[in-house]
Structure formats: C-alpha cells, structure tokens
Design a protein. Structure first.
Length: 382
C-alpha cells in the first residue's frame, strides 16, 4: 500500500504521515528530483526560503511541546535530507526512510513490495501523480485547514524569530503554493479520494481522530463486495425519475453475480414522474402518505420483476441504498431473498425489520469507510 499526502502550508500533511509511521507501520518515501529537494519541501511549509534564517531549535521544541499538528509537521519538514539519501532508489543513511530521484523509480520500488506500507508527502506535479495512480495500491489523501488556522500555526512555529510574516504575506505565499499555474498543488488536492479538514489544536486530538478514520482500510483501494454492490445500487439510483427520492437496488446471486438492477419511477409507457406522471409524488406528500395512489414502482420491485422468480435462488442478496418499505419487504420475503443490505434508513425500518425477522431474512446496514471531505472535528458523524 502506498499513500500519497498533499496539502497546503501548515495543513498538517507531514504529521498525518508521521501518524501512519508511528501507529500503522508505514515507512516514509521521499522524492529528491529537480524541484523536490529539501529546500522546496521546507519552503512549501512556510519558510521564507533557503536564504532566510532557519527558526532556532527552541522554536522547534516549542512546536513539539505545544502539540499542534501543523507545527509538528513543520518541524519534521525543516530537517534537511542527508546527502547519501539523494540517490535514485537509495536507502537513507539511517534506514528510516527511502529516497528516489523520480516518481517512476519510487513506483518501481513499491510495486515489488506492494503488500508493505509506504507513505510519501512528495508529489510535486500532476505528472508525478499520474505515474503513481497507475497502480491499484496507491491512495491519494489531502489535508487542509482554514487559512487563519494555518497562519497561526506558522506564527507559533516561528515564535519571535525573523522568519515570522504577516497574514497578508502568508496569504500570498499560500495562494502561490496552491494556485500557481506552473506548480500549484490545488489540481492534486482536488483529485484526492480522502480529503481531511484538520482544525485540531493538539497532536493527541489529531491522532485520536485519525484513529477513528482507519486510513489504511483496504476497502479504499479495492472495494469489498458490499462496497462494490452498494456503489452499483447508488449508480442505478441516478436513473430514477421519481420526484420523492432516488433509490437504487441490485439483486445478487450466491456466486456474487448480478442478477438484476432496479430504480424507482413510473412504469413503462407512463409519463415519467419528473414530468408529472405521478400526481401523488408531484403533490409533495410526506413519507408514507397516499401510497395507494402512487404510480411509481419502487427500486426493489423493479429489480424483482426484472429477475423473475425462476432466476432467484437460495442465498440471493438484495442491495439497496435505502431500507425497503413495508410493501417491498413482503415481496422480498415471497421471492425467497436470503439477505437485505441497505445504506440509509427509511421511515418504516422497524416494521420492515419485524417482517424480515419473522420470515428469516437477514437485514443489516452497510456503513462504508468515510471518503470524500472529512472534518476531523466531526468524526463522530461518520
């Protein structure tokens, strides 16, 4: 597994990498090719440049004891690479990390060791990212924080040294780091599968929230069967023409072969619900109201009709992005479905669960590992 981490100045990307090293056994990898040496790495995190004085050791120690995640990452990045590390595919002097001159060399090294765990914060361009994305074991993660939070981290890190800059100067540097047309990192950040919003004020808090996130979950690299079939159900839901809600469904056989799919909407030959075909849905009634007058077929019903009773065997599983209603649940029991997996709740979940329990149909909710934008302060919501 190879995780690449990108982010803004003082966002905490190197601290996230350090967390993976300390708590999940990852090894750090570095790119040291043109434009990716230690001076660039340092300037990206807010140093005025290689010609400016480095912050005194006391400032770095203060950053570590303060426990701010952004500060810890700056402290890590301020350490220059040893000369013997700057070799194509060479080992570092102390064996704690590995350095490569090109993304191709890094990828070649990891490919033969893909079952081990590696992390890098050195992805300088989209071209380098495209190289890493060739492999199915690569995951791109980004870290960001509000601009004022990142500036305060930088100020704390600098302390009373001459490296401190004004908010206006920091904004200019941050904008150049992210949006420069030739080397800005925003295009990389926008392609991340997992995007962390890091407003943590202490290292302990950040590590605790990262622990809940379970970053190395293999489901993020190669979706498990539940993730795969639920994604198909969600894709089917995009075809829905019902004005009330989009629902998708996939019926799967014992050998994990798709039998049929379905989505909700008006029947064949009847005007689409979105075009006014179902008066009940277009009237805006609440959930469960006026169902007897609804002309829309539910996703589960469409999947069952498409499959036909003769194609449904013991062990069949129905994946639905919304828990089936009571009407659909009795039909699911009748055709002999063994298990129902759903993602989101509905207003009749208790009634549906009671029917399935009596009929011997297993019902469970699928909760995937969180992806997309994740606010670490709100991890309890995911």
């Amino acid at each position: 597994m190879l995780i690449g981490i990108c982010g803004g100045i003082c966002s905490g990307k190197k601290t996230v990498a350090q967390y993976l090293v300390e708590h999940h056994g990852f090894k750090r990898l570095h790119l040291t090719g043109p434009g990716q040496g230690s001076s660039r790495s340092t300037s990206e995190l807010g140093n005025p440049g290689p010609s400016s004085p480095s912050p005194p050791p006391a400032a770095l120690a203060g950053a570590l004891t303060t426990g701010s995640d952004g500060l810890q990452s700056v402290s890590d990045s301020s350490l220059p690479l040893r000369p013997q590390q700057e070799l194509s595919g060479g080992r570092s002097g102390n064996g704690s990390s590995l350095c490569f001159a090109t993304a191709e060399a890094l990828l070649e090294f990891v490919t033969t060791r893909w079952q081990a765990r590696f992390v890098t914060t050195d992805i300088p361009t989209e071209a380098a990212l495209d190289v890493l994305l060739r492999r199915p074991f690569f995951l791109l993660l980004s870290v960001d924080a509000p601009l004022t939070v990142r500036w305060r981290r930088f100020q704390l890190r600098c302390g009373d040294s001459s490296a401190a800059i004004s908010l206006e100067d920091f904004v200019a540097r941050s904008d150049a780091h992210l949006y420069d047309p030739d080397g800005g990192l925003q295009p990389l950040i926008s392609r991340a599968s997992v995007r962390l919003l890091n407003t943590s004020s202490s290292l302990a808090h950040l590590y605790a929230t990262l622990g809940k996130l379970d970053i190395p979950n293999p489901d993020r690299l190669r979706p498990g069967w539940d993730t795969y079939f639920m994604a198909l159900a969600s894709l089917a839901a995009q075809r829905s023409n019902c004005m009330k809600r989009r629902v998708g469904c996939v019926l799967v056989g014992r050998e994990r072969r798709v039998i049929s799919t379905g989505y909700n909407g008006t029947p064949r030959g009847i005007r689409n619900c979105t075009d006014g075909g179902c008066p009940r849905c277009n009237a805006g009634h609440g959930s469960g109201v006026g169902l007897a007058t609804c002309l829309c077929i539910h996703a589960e019903e469409n999947a069952l009709l498409e499959a036909g009773r003769e194609r449904i065997r013991d062990g069949a599983v129905l994946y639905c992005d919304t828990c089936p209603c009571l009407t659909c649940s009795i039909k699911i029991c009748q055709v002999g479905i063994s298990e129902v997996v759903y993602a989101h709740g509905y207003s009749m979940d208790k009634e549906t669960a009671a029917v399935f329990s009596q009929a011997g149909v297993k019902l469970r909710q699928f909760v995937p590992p969180p992806n997309g934008l994740i606010h670490l302060e709100k991890m309890e919501l995911y």
